[in-house]
Design a protein around this ligand. Structure first.
Ligand SMILES: Nc1ncnc2c1ncn2[C@@H]1O[C@H](COP(=O)(O)OP(=O)(O)OP(=O)(O)O)[C@@H](O)[C@H]1O
Length: 332
């Protein structure tokens, strides 16, 4: 199946949980999303909105209530589970706590849909396992026990297991949750290469919105008021990202392409200068809740030169050698 690309279509899908003695608990409904081969999709939404529930339904780990999940036009429910394992691999936060075994054996588990009943690996299986370990940057870790790995290394090993499974669709639930920022970017980049070079359909849930906005082809957005899909730039321009959080203090900066926390302004500042020193001085004032003004009467003015920051207010004129010193002066 690995050579064939797969379209995924969710049509008026409703997902949730059966509850004994009570009516079923619907978590998400009216979901109309799609993804095609070569596309990397990020599923985003606030904590507890139902991202994991949706992904678990998508891989067949739990039943959905109504609507359709179609893989190349075939309803997921009608596909044999062994065949599904050759179409979709799944990396979840739950199976991160794996039993202790070597990295090689963990990744080799990815070959289970192809091995015979005793799970013997062929030379081709072993090569795919080795390639997957190399791709996630874990060469040299093959015989390391999984309990001797950091959270980030274990996360990479789980991704390698999905790569070894060599399916046309890879679904990952928060694959970058435990990683530092450089590793987050590397994993996004690696998945993007897999999508583009191998035509895989990749769907991942994430809270790393700023990275997702820069790296993925499409967003699936679930909110309390509606569900949306489109390019990250469509999401920004249509205001969908503003609906993600109930917290009215969190806003989305359309120019910067980043979320920010709304604060009451402390004072109005006019900042003069140029280049990177100016950019980062403005960032610092933003962070501390100063309103930056161009024309309105400022409460004070700061002039920025390469390595000096001069504060001017009425008769006071003070020069500082760093942003930190300037801020200490202002905040005291
Ligand atoms: N087995 C279960 N039975 C009933 N409700 C559940 C079950 N598992 C999760 N839920 C509920 O379903 C809702 C959605 O949970 P889910 O884990 O899908 O959210 P999520 O968007 O992935 O959240 P997060 O970003 O915090 O990981 C939550 O209210 C959760 O409490």
């Amino acid at each position: 199946m690995s050579g064939q690309g797969f379209n995924i279509e969710l049509d008026n899908l409703s997902v949730g949980y059966e509850q004994s003695g009570a009516k079923p608990l619907e978590i998400l409904s009216g979901i109309d999303f799609s993804a095609c081969p070569g596309e990397m999709v990020a599923l985003i939404g606030s904590n507890g909105i139902g991202k994991s529930t949706l992904l678990r339904s998508l891989v067949g780990f739990q039943d959905y209530f109504s609507g359709n999940i179609k893989l190349n036009g075939d309803e997921l429910k009608t596909i044999d589970s062994r065949d599904v394992a050759q179409i979709i691999s799944f990396v979840s936060t739950e199976n991160i706590r794996v039993a202790n075994m070597t990295v090689f054996d963990l990744v080799a588990f990815g070959r289970f849909p192809y091995t015979n009943w005793i799970g013997r690996l062929t030379a081709e299986d072993k090569q795919k396992v080795g390639d997957a370990i190399k791709k996630v940057g874990l060469s040299g870790f093959e015989s390391r026990q999984t309990i001797q790995l950091s959270d980030g290394e274990r996360q990479r090993a789980m991704i390698a297991r999905a790569l070894a499974q060599d399916t046309p669709v890879i679904i990952l639930d928060e694959p970058t949750a435990f990683l530092d920022v450089s590793n987050k970017y590397e994993i996004f980049h690696l998945l993007q290469i897999l999508a583009k070079e191998k035509g895989k359909t990749i769907i991942l849930s994430t809270h790393d919105l700023n990275i997702a906005l820069r790296e993925v082809d499409k967003l699936w957005i679930v909110t309390e008021t509606g569900n949306y899909q489109g390019a990250p730039e469509d999401a920004v321009l249509n205001g969908w990202l503003n609906q993600l959080f109930k917290n009215e203090n969190v806003g989305f900066d359309l120019q910067e392409g980043e979320y920010f926390f709304k604060k009451d302004f402390k004072a109005k500042v006019k900042v003069e200068g140029e280049g990177l020193s100016l950019t980062w001085t403005l960032r610092a004032f933003n962070r501390l809740g100063y309103q930056i003004v161009m024309k309105a009467n400022p409460d004070f003015v700061v002039s920025v030169k390469e390595n000096s920051w001069t504060y001017q207010k009425e008769n006071t004129n003070e020069t500082f050698g760093s942003i930190y010193e300037l801020l200490m002066f202002l905040e005291k």
